[in-house]
Design a protein around this ligand. Sequence first.
Ligand SMILES: Cc1cc2nc3c(=O)[nH]c(=O)nc-3n(C[C@H](O)[C@H](O)[C@H](O)COP(=O)(O)OP(=O)(O)OC[C@H]3O[C@@H](n4cnc5c(N)ncnc54)[C@H](O)[C@@H]3O)c2cc1C
Length: 537
Amino acid sequence: MNLNTDVLVIGSGIAGLFTALKVSEYADVILVTKKNKTESNTNYAQGGIASVIDKNDTFEKHIEDTLIAGAGLCGKSAVELLVHEGPDRINDLIEIGTNFTRKEGKLDLAREGGHSMHRIVHAKDFTGREIERALIEHVLSSKRIQVIENALAIDLITEHNIKNLKDEPLNNRNCWGAYILDIFKKSVFTITSKATVLATGGLGQVYLHTTNPYIATGDGFAMAYRAGARIGNMEFIQFHPTSLYSEETSLTTPSFLISEAVRGFGGILKNKAGECFMEKYDSRKELAPRDIVARAIDSELKRTGDEFVLLDVTHKSKEEIIDHFPSIYEKCLSVDIDISKQPIPVVPAAHYACGGIVVDEFARTSLKGLYACGEVSMTGVHGANRLASNSLLEAVVYGYRAALDIDKLIKVTQTTRVDVPEWDDSGTLSHDEKVLITHSIKEIKQIMWDYVGIVRSDLRLERAASRLHNIFLENEQLYKRTKVFEDILELRNITTCAHMIIKSAQMRKESRGLHFTLDYPNLLEVAENTILQNTNP
Ligand SMILES: Cc1cc2nc3c(=O)[nH]c(=O)nc-3n(C[C@H](O)[C@H](O)[C@H](O)COP(=O)(O)OP(=O)(O)OC[C@H]3O[C@@H](n4cnc5c(N)ncnc54)[C@H](O)[C@@H]3O)c2cc1C
């Protein structure tokens, strides 16, 4: 089965669904997603979506808060677009039936760390799930959108797939769709399109501990890199300081978030020996900003060799704990921890990728016909550190802008490419050694956690790079002689993302925002993006 459409959208989180919906107003869309349509980072987003709604708030304040968080590396015009167009996109979400929480008829606006005003629009503490519900309802009722689940995009189709075009210079390359794996049938088909939108979300699964679900294996970053698109600022990984530690780090279940509100409530961080340690790192102790607390925990873990630290609220009354944190209480109880009597074992966890596929103000990548929206993209909005709740907003603002540009593009693109070769897996064998793949994924996650985590150094990065190279060589051989299936593709993508994070971290000879290295603890005067491009796709 090979398919052809106006616009191919890859991913069914907020970015993919929103863009598909907007494009469907004027064109046909095929949306592929590798699991079922709701499995996405979006579905896990709790806090909300930031926008200037309150009459006392101003665009200038939201812009300033975003620029401060980004530590000198945000693209100012990208931030301005985000903030100015935010309210209209929130209205779009309301118009399609997203039920945001209201107080006396008005949107209830919360305030989060780094925001100088109340501007977080939310649906209780399940904002992402509610947005996803509303978007999916509309996407499924659209006659112009075909949704294909359990369809994993393997690689983008560009000149490098077509024999006599292989030498086309990188700055003149196009994207004509993608090769897709039908996960159940274990067969590969082609979708050709006039425009392709990568909306594949994040890459948290590159790390041992992550709040991201298992879909977040960085497929879009890796596909775009293999195809020769420009990728930027991959070293800026945001770690959440406190996620519930579990002895069995599952490859498929994300770490459960222990909200920052627990520290605000009086929770005390201690090491396993019972010593309070935050004072050593920052006078604000447990109330220091997210990245400082994450760094302090990491340093304590490195010093003691322990796997977790403890977050203690046992000095508070049980009634108060349950009243404030019913779901955290229940979740911990389900793993035999009564948090009113025992401290919670916590570790930081990889949470958000601030870098990604470099795009312009219309979400256009460096390949013609290829767009990127949501967490996989680098619009310039986040710089070296993301301001809380700006990511859902970025996905809708830039998804909308992509749709505006695609409208123009497909009017001048008469037909889709017809001479795309079929996926060639001749000479490859079926594979039944899943253990090799699981083991490699575990190894990479551990390497990235230990050497390319919250605190880095030249030595740790070098070690990570050489370990990863060996794993890469072994798995490329396996990939070349094996019929493709889900796990081997995800391993390949995790490996590529790990490579890009290490490489970018090695390029940055300073500590800025989320990138902290012992060898260059200071800021350079001039802030520059780190850009990677595969020159031999
Ligand atoms: C626990 C948690 C809480 C968060 N809270 C907030 C918050 O309060 N506010 C905020 O702004 N942000 C929050 N974030 C971040 C935010 O949720 C994400 O950045 C955002 O949802 C990303 O949306 P997306 O559409 O880009 O990607 P996703 O929602 O991750 O969707 C990606 C889609 O692509 C599909 N996909 C991936 N690879 C392939 C492939 N190869 N082929 C086919 N399909 C593929 C996936 O299956 C999925 O459908 C949170 C994140 C987490 C993990």
